[in-house]
Structure formats: C-alpha cells, structure tokens
Ligand binder design. Structure first.
Ligand code: SAH
Length: 498
C-alpha cells in the first residue's frame, strides 16, 4: 500500500469496568474503529460497543502473565496502521497509569504513525469512589500517591516506604494483592501507625465489588480471611474510614445484581437503561436478531394501494423501520398515509411511529399480542381494513380476535427473527445473577447460543406465560412479571433482589 493512506492509532482508556465510566470520545472512536486491540480487564459493557464489522485482536494480559509480549503488541499496532486501518488500542482504566501506554507509542512515533491518546478513568480513583472513599478529603490528606505493588522478580528496586510515610497522604496500590503482606509490612517498618485505616477493594465498579476496611496492621489477615482476589486496589490512609458513612454503590436497589438482558440489540436499551439506573450491572446477551426482508412484494403491493386501509398496526420497532424504509425506496412518504389511523403493541413501537411524525391512536394497556388483537376487534369496524406489517414468525394471538369478529386485515411478514444469531453477544456465565427474557424466541436463542450452560441453575425472569413456558422447558428457575410491561418486569427483578 502506498504511504499516503496511513491509518491511525488511538490509545484509549476504557475505565475500570462500569461502561458508564467510559468517555464520550472513547465511545465515538470505538464505534468507528476498523480494528480494536484489547486487554483482558476491559468491562463487557465497553466491549459491547464494538461494532460488528470491527476486527477484535485480544492481547490479554493478566497479572504477571503476558499472553502477547509487548514487542508483539507494538508490531500489531504498527502493522494495522500501515494497512490504513483506524486502530483503537483499548486499555483498562487510564492507558498511562501503569498501563504501559507509553511503551506502545514508541514504535509508532519512530515510524511516524499518527496517534492520539484518550485518557480513561483510572481504577486508582474510581474504585475507591464506588466504595464511598474519596481519595482526598478536607483535612485528611495533602497528597495522593499511586503506586504499583507488582514488581518483576528481576527488579531489585524497592518501594521507598520511608519516603511515602514521611510524605503522608493517601496511598493507592495497584496490582498489589499478592504483595499485600510486603506492602503493609514495609509501611509499618517505615514507622506508620499500625492503626492507620487501610482497605482492599475487589472488582470495583461491578455488581460484585467487595471491600474489606481494616488497618495497616490487620489488612493482610482480614483480606485473606475474606478470600480477596485480583483485580483489587489497596488503599491506605485516613480516608478509608469514610467508607462506613459514604458507601453507596451496593445500596442501590439492584446494586448487587449482574443481569443478562437477552433482547435483540436494537431493542434492549429501555430495559437495560432502567436496570442500570437502579444500579444493576447489565450484560447484553442479545439472543435473537432481526433480518428485514430485502424484497417484499406483498408489502410493496399494499403500499401501492394504501387507500384500501383504514388502519396500520405495528407490533415492533423493526416492523416500523422496515415499513418506512420500503416506502422510501418506493419514493413515497407519510403523505400517502393520510387518513389512516395507527395502532401499536406497546411503548417502544409507539415511539418508533411517533418519530416518523405520526401520532398513535391505539395501544393496549398491556404489552401482548392478545391484548392488541382484542382491542382492535373492539375498535375497528367491519367495513375497515387493517394492514399489519410484522415478524414472519409473529404470534397468532393478534389475529385470532380479528378473525372471530370478521374484521378484514392483511398480515404481511416484513422480517425474520433469527434465534441465536448474534455472534458478538457475550456468553452466559455463572457470575450472572439472572437472565431476563421478553419472548419465547429469546429463550430459544439463548439456549442455542449457550450450549455450555447449566440451565437448571439459571434464574430466568420472564415477561408473559409463553416466555415462561419456554424457560421452564429448559429447566430454568422461572419468575414471571405480574404484568406484560417492561416496568412490571423491572418491579419483579427488584422484588427478587430484595
Ligand atoms: N491502567 C489501569 C491500571 C492497570 S494495572 C488503570 O488506570 O486503572 C491493573 C490493576 O488495576 C489491577 O491489578 C488492580 O489493582 C487495578 N484494577 C483495575 N480494574 C480494577 C477494578 N475493577 N477493581 C479493582 N482494581 C482494579
């Protein structure tokens, strides 16, 4: 390739884990990346922002064990940039806080590859914050030290504990779990009071974060008793005592819950947002994907004769999207729908219709095909005709009441529902506390995508009887929301969380 189309590398900090702590600039770049080169400790929520078409190269490092040597990582970055790619090098926390970010720039700088650096929120500050520990506070401290606890065996250079103790202030040790005894011992030997508050904070900013608040004298024993494992941050200083008053993250209604949401990607946001706002760690496991029909003769015919219809009824946002895209392809706009009334199955679909500049006149109280069908049967008169553009595998529930009442309708499939087809979704694992299902197809898709899972151990929270039946069939522990609405589903999850 000629030299004029050089790519570029963005060294991006992904934050400590909670995807809400990822920067806007980082997200913008990730969504436009050709290649993403990433480490192990990247939160799943951030990983889920990587677009389908981007290539992901894992160079995962775990403490002390470098899967891919630094030299090789540098070479990968160079090679991808030279191939003209937009490369995002994604690193946990901040790339320059014990992240070897600088080393990765050396080769790029040498070769004249353009790069940018996007700082991230470092775990050194965020993990204490999520545990109610401000790293500096009023009279407590005039200094904040961030120190690595992990020394290579070959490195003789020791931490200068005496200098640290003399300087005072808050000390945050990263990569310090295995060296904990040495760190606390070093501080005590340098003259630190053994009763100085100290804490270890495990898996900070996740639903399963844990904290042990103790003193420098007792922390190693207390931490071991609790079985604290990496990743964890050790923090030493008066500020640790504030956790008792300021803890908050785990106190939110769903603060201890890691929840898998299985809705299709394009529909998961309302549910996911509501759960996240209540403090849950949400993992997206989209278990079905929708695929609009490319050619749709029946829909085109219907659109050529819109005056046949008095009603158009949608049962999903994808249906709305596909309908209007076909209209546009045919050179039509909403003026050709004048005089037609619109019905929808629920809030999400209503929003999609209203975004087209059309007001919705009919929506059932509960989100279900049956309720929609019954409402239509009561509302629409026998002289009127309904157009229903919807999923090929749509439930009969919507149309049974119409048939019964002798109401004329055209049920036109406009997209397929592919179960278990989303390749970029995360997989189920035992760290998740529950899975939420909003249709029987999401249960089937989930089962297809997670053949390794022990379904009998999965707590499934379901909307509606049909969904619950599909989950029960797999032996899952099933709970059903009282009503077929997203809000009721969220209420049920809160109730389970206790
Ligand atoms: N560049 C990263 C730090 C890399 S070193 C940053 O700015 O955060 C890796 C160390 O960071 C881990 O050993 C641990 O001490 C800390 N760490 C990263 N994520 C963490 C988390 N979610 N909870 C607790 N500690 C974390």
């Amino acid at each position: 390739m000629s030299g004029d189309k050089k790519g570029k590398v963005w060294l991006v900090g992904a934050g400590p884990s909670d995807s809400g702590l990822f920067t806007l600039k980082g997200k913008y770049l990730l969504e436009r990346a050709d290649v993403v080169v990433c480490d192990k400790l990247i939160g799943r929520g951030v990983m889920a922002m990587i677009p389908d078409q981007a290539e992901i190269i894992y160079v995962g490092k775990t403490a002390g064990h470098h899967t891919v040597p630094q030299r090789e990582i540098n070479r990968i970055l160079l090679e991808q940039a030279l191939a003209g790619k937009r490369v995002v090098r994604l690193k946990g926390g901040d790339p320059f806080v014990f992240g070897r970010g600088g080393e990765e720039l050396e080769l790029l700088a040498e070769e004249g590859i353009p790069f940018e650096i996007v700082p991230g929120i470092t775990s050194a500050v965020a993990v204490p914050a999520y545990n109610g520990i401000p790293v500096t506070h009023r009279d407590c401290c005039s200094a904040l030290h961030i120190i690595t606890g992990h020394r290579k065996a070959s490195e003789e250079e020791e931490i200068d504990y005496e200098a640290l103790v003399r300087a005072g202030g808050t000390m945050v040790f990263l990569m310090g779990v295995t060296a904990m005894g040495k760190i606390c011992g070093g501080l005590l030997k340098a003259g630190m009071d053994k009763d100085t508050p100290a804490a270890i904070l495990e898996r900070g900013t996740t639903a399963h974060q844990r904290r042990v608040v103790s003193t420098v004298g007792k922390l190693p024993a207390d931490s071991e008793k609790e079985g604290i494992k990496p990743p964890a941050v050790i923090i030493v200083g008066e500020v640790c005592a504030l956790a008792e008053r300021f803890h908050w993250a785990e106190d939110r209604p769903l603060g201890k819950m890691k929840i898998a949401v299985t809705r299709p990607r394009d529909r998961s946001s309302t549910l996911a947002e509501k759960l996240a706002e209540l403090g849950a760690e949400v993992v997206l496991l989209p278990s079905v994907a929708t695929q609009p029909f490319r050619e749709n003769k029946r829909l085109r015919e219907a659109l050529d004769h819109t005056d046949n219809y008095r009603w158009i009824v949608f049962t999903s946002p994808v249906g709305v999207k596909t309908f209007f895209r076909t209209m546009k392809e045919m050179g039509k706009d909403i003026r050709s729908l004048a005089g037609i009334s619109f019905g929808v199955i629920g809030e999400g679909t209503k929003k999609a219709v209203e975004e087209k500049g059309i007001l919705v006149e009919l929506m059932p109280e509960v989100y279900s095909g049956k309720a929609l069908g019954e409402l239509l049967a009561r509302t629409v008169s026998k002289e009127e005709r309904i157009l229903i553009p919807r999923a090929a595998a749509g439930t009969e529930d919507v149309i049974i009441p119409l048939r019964k009442e002798g109401i004329a309708f055209d049920d036109i499939p406009v997209y397929d529902t592919l179960e278990g087809a989303d390749s970029r979704g995360a997989l189920w694992d035992e760290t998740m506390d529950m899975a939420v299902f909003t249709s029987a197809s999401t249960v089937r898709g989930f089962v297809k995508m997670n053949p390794q899972a022990d379904f009998s151990s999965i707590r499934a929270v379901c909307i509606g009887e049909q969904t619950a039946a599909a989950a029960r069939q797999q032996g899952m522990k099933v709970e059903i929301s009282d009503k077929a609405t997203i809000d009721s589903l969220v209420d049920k999850i809160r109730e389970i969380a206790g």
